[in-house]
Design a protein around this ligand. Sequence first.
Ligand SMILES: [Zn+2]
Length: 358
Amino acid sequence: MTTVRCNSCSEPAAALAWRCGTCGGSLDLAGLPPFDPKLIKRDDYSLWRYSAMLPVQKRFSLGEGMTPLAPVELDGEPVLAKLDYLNPTGSYKDRGASTLMNHIAGFDVSEVIDNSSGNAGASIAAYASLAGIAARIYVPTATAVESKKRLIDLFGGAIVESQQPIDDVYAAAQSITYASHAWSPWFVLGQMTVAWETWEQMGGHAPDAVATPVGHGGLFLGFYRGFRALREAGLIESMPRMIAVQSSGVDPIVQGWEQGLESPPTVSARPSVADGILVEAPARGAQILSALYETDGFALRVDNDAIKKAQRRMARKGLIIEMTSAVVAAALPQIRRRTGDDAAVVLAFTGNGLKNLA
Ligand SMILES: [Zn+2]
């Protein structure tokens, strides 16, 4: 039986809670079904092929998940590109939005709110529309990209431009469900499927290393937890080295890792082209750092110039990714210096570059 519990004080929480009511800590699911390869629905080509491992009733789906794992040559070496930007709304967030909104749809909920600079807002808005639930998306006035706001609107989300921290917004609207892509454990649940797919696509093996862009770290923790479930099931021998990549504009995880801290330090934001990962205080910062230490992983920062060049370079390989995704390609030389040239490295590409074309 799966329950919701606080990571810090272990208090149980309600099914729709977004953080611990006792201590304010982040929540996780306890008692998840173990990964069992015999229970994969081999004729379902969406993340719902792992339904037996996802304690959520599927009510609706856009076929999210099962994105390509494409071989790409970069700097004369092969890497594996997980094209998660090819999910239905153009970002990896559809995995978590699908499990979260399917979960919420099991309750008497008429409206949800989330805060997002773009991709998560679009995804929550789309899946809320499928659920017949209204979505109000708070977008930061300073950093939200115009084309992403149009996308949220198209998917049926109501946009509220706000400088206000979401905690204040939520406190003022207690009767509304906070469908938080950053906090909800039901969102992170869906992200685990990216690791299971990668494992299947590699013929039942794990890569040596996985690099993701990190803002709140949803995809990073999805990969980490998904591979951990495979290791606990005895299906892989060791964990891949987890690599968190941030922009030099906002880099709390990199600073925390460099200093060997348990929790990321407070940082101040500088301008960055990586608009999807400008998160000064990640909701699960301590868990991200812990995963880095446990897997002999590392955290890297890349500057705007390197990110822009990497985006163009990926386009010449036929992959239209957004700037935020390009951070992992920009970090590849640094990654290779640490892993060696022969390591099987997966780069996770998270958001579709078509969203930002004028
Ligand atoms: Zn707590």
